[in-house]
Design a protein around this ligand. Structure first.
Ligand code: DQA
Length: 145
């Protein structure tokens, strides 16, 4: 099967960005770990990060053409603002998991609402970089069903 991992704005700075909140692992390390995990199980995995909303939307549209089976997305700050990204995921009709490194629920009020959670298969938050792997494992299980 094939999987797409999407990272939203500022996640390119992981490793140096507020490490007390987001951890010391870089985006490259996260992506490499996911890639190895997927390949070991015979799956294809693609990773994409952008600071621009339209690029994430275009990548989601392309995923339909590529027949991606499941998406793992950390929309970052777009979580709390982007109807357009939500609509893109619904438009392509690809099941997705939402990931946040930090526990958004114990942070500022404006991070408590997500435009994605009510249409995601599941949500992982507050478990740091490991959360991506937990979501990927859940995605493997999901597409088997
Ligand atoms: C985040 C949480 C968001 O509120 C924030 O804007 C981010 C990262 C997380 O992974 O914890 O950029 O999605």
């Amino acid at each position: 099967a094939s999987f797409l991992v999407l990272h939203g704005p500022n996640l390119n700075l992981l490793g140096t960005r507020e490490p007390d909140v987001y951890g010391a692992t870089t985006l490259e390390q996260i992506n490499q770990g996911l890639l190895q995990h997927a390949q070991a199980l015979g799956h294809e995995l693609y990773c994409f990060q952008s600071n621009a909303e339209y690029q994430l939307i275009d990548r989601i549209h392309a995923a339909r053409e590529e027949q991606i089976d499941c998406i793992i997305i950390n929309p970052a700050a777009f979580t709390h603002t982007s109807v357009a990204l939500r609509d893109a995921l619904l438009a392509v009709n690809i099941p997705f998991f939402e990931v946040h490194l930090s526990n958004v629920h114990k942070r500022e009020q404006f991070r408590h609402h997500s435009y994605f959670s009510d249409v995601a298969v599941g949500v992982v938050c507050g478990l740091g970089a490991n959360g991506y792997r937990f979501a990927l494992d859940a995605a493997f299980d999901h597409i088997k069903k």
